[in-house]
Design a protein around this ligand. Structure first.
Ligand SMILES: Nc1ncnc2c1ncn2[C@@H]1O[C@H](COP(=O)(O)OP(=O)(O)OP(=O)(O)O)[C@@H](O)[C@H]1O
Length: 219
């Protein structure tokens, strides 16, 4: 479905991952694991590029959320769906959102435990609330493939699994960078470990042992 074959990923002369071969199949929930700087975001970007070339509809949760702070929670979530509407519809929505859209966004934000009113500017939200706004934007936009970069890193122990479960359930296929191995094992079907410029394991969730994980995070 999405395939990288022997690809080297680099920034100019700086190689991040060498000879990457990876196939993401329909229905998979793939977790990318590895120490900070191992190349998870870089690999996600390469997967995104392949998915776009293959004509897939991709939903993104970027690591930095990529929200517009001055705009409301509603408008930031609605942004996920701009491409589905006409320019006129989007212009009207900017000034005065349609009731139907407001209701839909309000329901989604409630589902994600976002308490502030949807009119609240994003710049007045907490870090965890901003992250859930980015999650809501991806869900609202929808698509065939979810690519998410640490989408629940700012959430507490109770919220993180709930939000991750909701996010994953809305997409047929997902690739998610996670630093929480427990969450990856609980919610993903396949774990891909990155270290020393390569994929050091790629196996079904549940098959890796403690030594695999220790080695992945060892210096
Ligand atoms: N735009 C860039 N230009 C040059 N080097 C970069 C750029 N983005 C990332 N890198 C480098 O590429 C390597 C991999 O970075 P990447 O962000 O993919 O890692 P990561 O596993 O996602 O890290 P983290 O868990 O901290 O988000 C790092 O050494 C980083 O410094």
């Amino acid at each position: 479905m999405i395939e990288l074959r022997g690809q080297t990923l680099s920034y100019g002369p700086a190689v991040v991952l060498e000879n990457v071969t990876l196939t993401i199949r329909q229905g998979e929930r793939v977790a990318l694991l590895g120490r900070s700087g191992a190349g998870k975001s870089t690999l996600l970007a390469a997967i995104r590029e392949k998915a776009m070339v293959a004509g897939k509809e991709v939903a993104l949760v970027p690591q930095d959320n990529a929200l517009v702070p001055q705009l409301s929670l509603f408008h930031n979530v609605h942004m996920g769906r701009l491409h589905r509407h006409s320019a006129l519809y989007n212009l009207v929505t900017l000034l005065r959102p349609f009731r139907r859209d407001r209701a839909e966004v309000s329901e989604l934000t409630r589902e994600l435990g976002l308490e502030p009113p949807v009119d609240q500017p994003v710049e007045r939200l907490s870090g965890g609330q901003r992250q859930r706004t980015a999650v809501a934007r991806a869900i609202h936009g929808g698509g065939e493939v979810l690519l998410a970069d640490e989408p629940v890193s700012a959430l507490d122990e109770k919220q993180a699994p709930e939000v991750l479960a909701t996010l994953i359930s809305r997409f047929p296929t997902s690739v998610i960078s996670l630093h929480d191995v427990g969450l990856a094992q609980a919610y993903c079907t396949r774990l891909v470990g990155l270290k020393d410029r390569r994929i050091i394991f790629d196996m079904p969730a549940g098959e890796q042992n403690a030594a695999d994980i220790d080695h992945l995070y060892a210096r």
